[in-house]
Every structure is written in C-alpha cells, then in structure tokens.
Design a protein around this ligand. Structure first.
Ligand SMILES: Cc1cc2nc3c(=O)[nH]c(=O)nc-3n(C[C@H](O)[C@H](O)[C@H](O)COP(=O)(O)OP(=O)(O)OC[C@H]3O[C@@H](n4cnc5c(N)ncnc54)[C@H](O)[C@@H]3O)c2cc1C
Length: 358
C-alpha cells in the first residue's frame, strides 16, 4: 500500500474526480490501480473564490516499487495501522481484572481486556445509556440532579452528552484502534478519514451500547448504578475492590478510569495510600456564537454549501506572562448545556448531534 497526499478536489467536482486526479498524479493507467481508500480529508478554504477538499489516499497498485523508484512527490509507503495487542502475561491471575468507570478510558480498557480473553468485571456508578438519558432529561428540564447518573457520570462517561468529537491532541497510532472500534459499533465510516472526526451525541449513545454488548459477549460483566466504594490493599498490593451493591471482587488488578470529577473516589484512593500526582489543568469558559457567523468567516461565499458541515475554528495565543490561551472543544452547530455532577457546583459543556444543525 502507498499513501498519496495533497490530492485536491474542488468543492464543485464529484468524488469520482479523485480517482482521475490520483491516476494523473501517479502517472499510471487506470488499470494499474487495484484499489484506493481515503485516509484523510480536510478542507482548504484559504483562497477567495476557491474551496477544495484535500485528500490523503491509500492506494494498492500493480507496481508500487516503480512509483517509489520514480520518487513521485507526496508518496510514501503507507504505515501499518493495525493495532498490536500487548503481549499476554504468563503468570496466573489472582482474580479477574476490574475496571472502575465506563467512560472512554474504562470502556476501551475493558474492550481490549475482553478481546484478549481476560473477562473484566466493570463497575460504573451511573446508569446505562438508556437510563441515563432519563436522569439527564430530569436535570435539564426540572433541575433534579442525580449525583451518580448525570451528564458526567454513567455509561460512556463525560463525553456521551457532548459533541462526540474524537480529539486527543496526541499522535498515537492506537487512536486508529479507537476509531475502528467505533465504526464496528455503528459509527459513520467518515470518522476514519475526516480531519476532525465527529459522531454526535445521538449516534454515540447507540455506539456506546454496542461496545458494551460486545464486551459482555466476550465474557465481560458490567454493573451499572454501582459505585466502587473501597480498595482493599495489603502491603502495597491490591487485593480486591468493594462496590456499593455489596460485592467484593478479589483481584490484584484494577484499572481506575474515573474521570476528573469523582472526588469521593479520589479521596478514598488517597486514604488508602495510593500515590497521586497533582496535574496542571486548564480553566475554560463556554462561548456561544451564531453558527452562520462562523460559517461565513471560514467558508465565505461557500457558507451553507451542502457539502460543508458547520464550520469551526481554532485560535491560540501566548500571553506576555508566558501562559498559553487557546480555544478547545468547539461544538459546531451545537448547544451549551448544564453538566454538573455535584450539588452546588456549576459546570457547562458543549453538545451537538450528528447533523450539527442546532
Ligand atoms: C464538563 C466537561 C465537558 C467536556 N466537554 C467535552 C466535549 O464537548 N467534547 C469532548 O470531546 N470532550 C469533552 N470533555 C472531555 C471528555 O468528556 C473526557 O476527556 C473524557 O470523557 C474522559 O474520559 P474518562 O474515561 O477518563 O473519564 P469520564 O468520561 O469522566 O468517565 C469516568 C466514569 O467513571 C465513573 N466513575 C467515577 N467514579 C466511579 C466509582 N467510584 N465507581 C464506578 N464508576 C465511577 C463515572 O460515572 C464516569 O462514567 C468534557 C469533559 C467534561 C468534564
């Protein structure tokens, strides 16, 4: 497989033009192209009166070496993106591994463990996604907060009632495994190649449910509405976890993926002598603009074109005191929603549906 970048297709052209441009760029016959798939798609709207989609495409050719020998610009061997599972241990485990929290970190830890045959036991203090929709609605409509099942706590974690955008700001090949798992669970395939992949809260709820069902089908066990209340530690070694449903699971391995708001659990871990490092954090505010304003500013005369979604932007600034100020977590075509998980505290979040058309 070769990876060809910087293939530009005008917004007015059909996607079939991509293949013609690819063949032309590589200077090959159409019959020499076995197959191709889009690896990345971004938008170039920098020039007035012109808007192009810029593609990076993975291609299988009859003679790939010939293209490499000719040193055709913007061509490289496509890196292998297949996820490599960590090596299996050889010691017998004392008990099944426990995963605390079923947000993105807990969910993917549990998925990998289940795929590798470890049959994890998972505890999530909030409800499953179907129940959670009701507790969130009760909060938004009537102001009734359930401190265990809310916009931040429950199946899928803090990102479920959010934008469903898949941004990590890190270049890690394992990110591909996450995207593949989402597509397998029903997310739209374009998340595999769009520059800013986005699922939307409406589709994400189904995707999260399907991942849960896969984990269960592989032997995992999930307890919702069940908070881990204590960690049994002897001589610095974990021996088990206690849960609010009365269960005690004997285990020497727990992955604690509890997000940033479960203060009660952080205190418990601290009391039990678990080492903790304070982490720097960024403080942000939510700003709401009319979407039409952003579309006009980014896409100019192309604003509202059916091939373009809601536009977004990214700004950064280095202040004179050395601090960085930056925009993050934009939710184009979305809403600002109240997202508290504790009584008396105010948290806001951005949320949008797949169509980004609020
Ligand atoms: C207010 C807010 C707004 C955000 N907005 C966005 C956004 O718009 N777009 C975006 O892409 N990202 C957003 N993020 C970031 C994103 O949600 C997080 O990066 C992501 O959810 C972190 O995943 P996680 O699994 O580490 O933690 P979380 O998603 O927080 O999941 C932790 C899970 O652990 C559970 N838990 C906690 N304690 C226990 C316990 N003792 N026992 C059992 N279960 C427990 C919780 O119920 C929760 O479900 C936002 C985060 C917050 C807090």
């Amino acid at each position: 497989m070769l990876r060809v970048s910087q293939i530009k297709v005008s917004i007015d052209d059909s996607i079939e033009v991509l293949e013609d441009k690819l063949v032309k760029h590589l200077n090959i016959k159409k019959s020499d192209l076995i197959e191709y798939k889009i690896f990345k798609q971004s938008i170039d709207a920098r020039r007035r009166g012109k808007l192009e989609f810029v593609y990076t495409v993975d291609v299988a050719l009859k003679d790939e070496q010939a293209i490499l020998d000719k040193k055709v610009p913007n061509v490289m061997v496509a890196p292998n993106l297949n996820y490599e599972y960590p090596e299996m241990g050889t010691d017998k485990l004392n008990g099944r591994p426990v995963v605390v929290g079923f947000g993105p970190s807990g969910m993917f830890s549990a998925l990998i463990l289940a795929e590798m045959g470890y049959r994890p036991v998972i505890f999530e203090r909030g409800g499953n996604v179907e129940e959670r929709v009701h507790s969130v609605e009760a909060f938004w409509k009537e102001g009734i907060l359930d401190p265990n099942s809310n916009v931040q706590f429950g199946e899928g974690g803090a990102g479920t009632f959010s934008d469903g955008k898949l941004t990590t700001r890190v270049k890690d090949l394992r990110g591909r495994k996450v995207l593949d798992a989402f597509v397998e669970a029903g997310a739209p395939e374009d998340i595999l190649y769009t520059a800013h992949p986005h699922i939307g809260t409406d589709l994400l709820r189904e995707v999260v449910k399907n991942i849960r069902e896969k984990i269960i089908s592989l032997g995992g066990e999930i307890y919702f509405n069940t908070r881990v209340t204590d960690f049994l530690i002897e001589d610095g070694q974990l021996k088990g976890v206690k849960a609010s449903n009365g269960m005690t699971v004997e285990t020497e391995h727990a992955i604690v993926g509890i997000g940033h708001s479960a203060r009660d659990t952080f205190y418990k871990l601290y009391d039990r002598g678990v080492h903790m490092d304070a982490k720097p954090f960024a403080v942000g505010v939510r700003v709401e603009h009319p979407q039409t304003l952003i579309d006009k500013s980014q896409y100019k005369e192309f604003a509202g074109h059916p091939k373009l979604g809601a536009a977004e932007y990214r700004l950064t600034h280095q202040a004179s005191n050395g601090r960085g100020v930056y925009t993050f977590c934009m939710c184009p075509g979305g809403l600002v929603v109240p997202s508290s998980s504790e009584k008396g505290r105010l948290v806001t979040n951005g949320m949008s549906e797949h169509a980004r058309a609020e």
